[in-house]
Structure formats: C-alpha cells, structure tokens
Design a protein. Sequence first.
Length: 280
Amino acid sequence: MSLGHDTIVSLGSKLPPALGIFSRLRAMLDNADTDLDDIVELLRVDPALTFQIIRLSNSALYGLRSRSQTLDEAVARVGFGEINQLVGLVVSRQVFQGDLTNYGIGAGRLWTNAVAVGSLAAAFAACTGGNTGSAYSTGLLRNLGKIILNNHTMAVKYPGEAAQPDIFAWEKSVHGTTSPEATAVLLDHWRFPLDISGAICTHVVPETAGEFTAGAANLHLACALTAEWGQALPGEANGWRRDDAMCALAGLDASQLEGVVADARRQYERFAAIEWAKAA
C-alpha cells in the first residue's frame, strides 16, 4: 500500500515543532537583512529549544569562558557563523531520540549518522564555494523519512541486509515510497529551501537529479564517507560511491577529499563527544 502525501504530512506533525523553527532559521540566515535580534525572537518561540541552546552554548563545545544566562547572550556569543550549527544539533537531537524498531536502528546511531553526514556535506560545500549551512542541514535532516516509514500503521520490519541489501528498493516495494522521498515531502510542507529537499530526494542516484545534481552528489559522497567511518545505516553501505565521477558531479576534485574529510572528521568528533546530560 502506497504511503501518500497526506499520511506523510500527518505523521510528520507528530515530530518536534522545533523543525518548523529550523526551517525559518534557514531562510533567515540566507537573508542579508537578518540580524541577531530577529534570530533570538524566532528561537524564543520554543522554550525547550531555548533551554537547550543556552545549555549547549555553555558546554565545552564552544569553549566560552563566561556563561550565557539568557538566549540573547547565547546567540550573541555563538554568532551568525555557528548558530545554524548549534540549533541543528539541538533540533536533530530532539528528532532522533527514539529507536526505529522496524529498521533495527537505535536512536544514538541515527543521530550520529546524521551528524557525520552533515559535517561532511558542510565541509564539501565549503570546498566548492557552496552554502555550507544548507549542506549541513541537508545532512542532518536526511533521515526524517525513516521515522515516518517506521511509525505508520502499515509498517513492517526490515528483514536485514542479507535478505534485502538495498534499503531504498525495499522501502519502495513495501511502502510505495522511499525514506528520502518522504523526507522531501515533509521538508516541502515545512517550507525548507528547495535545494535541501531536492538534494535529499535525489541523493541516492544523483545522476538523475537535474538542477539538484551538485547538492545530491555532495550528500551522496557524505553518505559514502560516513559508511567508511563505520556509521552507515542498515541496507545503505553498498549503495554509495566515492569515485571520480561522483566527485565531479559534486564539483570536487578527488584529490581534495583527503584534507576535507580530515577536517570534517574532527568536526564530527567534537559533536559526537557532546555529553548532553552535562551540557549545562
């Protein structure tokens, strides 16, 4: 039975409301007229998000000597360059806090995969002169559709890589849609920038992505390197390529990868080391 647009959106409405705020933040950060007061006003709408932003701004991740007591202080100290990163970490942590039992994926693994892919995608975008904030957000949000497919009433268990080595083909056969396609439906509904939803929807086969080719190839490469780090999700590892042709689609020279990946790995390890219970 095909999982339709309305069902995807309905299931998506049960996800944390901070996702909608993250969408508006992305649009604001791409607007040259936005100032820090605008960002504070937006983030303050969600008290839980506000609380976590202040806590994380005071953690070792940002290394600030004086503590932020208010959201205004936290945003001012972190600044434009880091606020998308900080909010993305908090939002993704909220979203990926439950196990996906039908996929056999624990919440911790889902979040670390998202952070690894986001870190790599941002590093690739920086190397090619792309929008690093959008690339990072694309990597973080890539797996939203898996939550939807896991939670709907017709959900069935993924039988494992031995029986179904291509998770996306299995999703299509069982649900009539793939998790990237479901993610794109949600992101379009929440009005995320089209380059984000387009790249996610097409990243499994970037050669067919049309106007989204560069972003889709960037995301595909990020997934490939994440698999090499041992952080692939079930049924995905064998589908990724990191050859010269994929690098060219992303606008990268394959010879650039080593240094860029090393930088991304350091960033990922900073994020993965966050002790959320002690981020106070």
